[in-house]
Design a protein around this ligand. Structure first.
Ligand SMILES: Cc1cc2nc3c(=O)[nH]c(=O)nc-3n(C[C@H](O)[C@H](O)[C@H](O)COP(=O)(O)O)c2cc1C
Length: 190
C-alpha cells in the first residue's frame, strides 16, 4: 500500500492499452466504488452513479460503440469499426462515472457536477492506492446519444468519464505540471 502523500504527489495516468490483466477482484471493485461514492456532496443528492464493465460485457458495450461509429461514418473501413468494438476491452476493468446532475430547488447543478468529478477522481485514486494503474478518459463515444442510450443513460445524465483500471505496466514518466507561481495568487492584505 503506497504512502498516501507519496501517491498523491506521484500519481500519473496510464494509457488504457497499457493497463494489464488481472483487474481488481470483486471485493476490490466494491472497495473502489465505496471510495468513489465517498465524496463531498452538497445536499446528499448522490448526483452520480457507476456502470461497471468487466469481461465479455466490455465487448457487448463495444458493439453499441461500433454501431454508432458505423452510423456516423457510413464509409468507415471494417477494421476501423472493429477497432471501435474493442474500445472498452483495452483494460480489464472500465467504470463509467455518470453524472445525474439536474436542476434542484437548493443545490446548484454546478455543485452536483463538481461532486461527480470528485467521485471520478476518488475512483482513480482508490485504484492507485490498491496498486493498480488508471486512466480517466471520455473519448467521442461519451458524447454520442446512441451510445448513451445503449448504455442506459437518461436524457439528463452525462458521462464524466470511463475510468480504465488494470495492473500497472511499470513506472510512468512524469509530464510537466503547472508551476505554482502561475496558478496561485495570495489575496493582498493591504
Ligand atoms: C473529464 C476528463 C476527460 C478526459 N478525457 C480524456 C480523453 O478522452 N483522452 C485522453 O487522452 N485524456 C483524457 N483526459 C486526461 C487524462 O485523464 C489524464 O489526465 C492525462 O492524460 C494525463 O494526466 P495525469 O497523468 O496527470 O493523469 C481526460 C481528463 C478528464 C478530467
Amino acid at each position: 500500500m503506497p504512502d498516501a502523500l507519496e501517491l498523491l504527489k506521484t500519481r500519473r495516468s496510464f494509457k488504457p492499452v497499457e493497463l494489464l490483466p488481472p483487474g481488481p477482484t470483486a471485493a476490490e471493485i466494491d472497495t473502489l466504488l465505496t471510495i468513489a461514492s465517498r465524496v463531498p456532496d452538497h445536499g446528499k443528492l448522490a448526483p452520480w452513479r457507476f456502470i461497471v464493465f468487466e469481461g465479455a460485457a466490455r465487448r457487448a458495450a463495444g458493439a453499441a460503440i461500433a454501431q454508432a461509429f458505423a452510423a456516423k461514418y457510413p464509409d468507415a473501413k471494417p477494421e476501423h469499426i472493429e477497432a471501435e468494438r474493442e474500445r472498452l476491452t483495452r483494460a480489464p476493468l472500465v467504470v463509467a462515472v455518470v453524472s445525474r446532475a439536474a436542476p434542484h430547488v437548493k443545490i446548484p447543478e454546478w455543485e452536483q457536477v463538481l461532486s461527480c468529478g470528485a467521485a471520478a477522481m476518488n475512483l482513480v485514486l482508490a485504484a492507485c492506492a490498491l496498486g493498480y494503474g488508471a486512466s480517466w478518459i471520455t473519448e467521442w463515444y461519451a458524447y454520442d446519444r446512441a451510445v448513451l442510450d445503449a448504455l442506459g443513460l437518461a436524457a439528463h445524465e452525462r458521462i464524466a468519464g470511463f475510468v480504465h483500471i488494470g495492473r500497472r505496466p511499470g513506472v510512468p514518466e512524469d509530464r510537466p505540471r503547472p508551476p505554482l507561481a502561475e496558478i496561485v495568487t495570495r489575496f493582498p492584505t493591504r
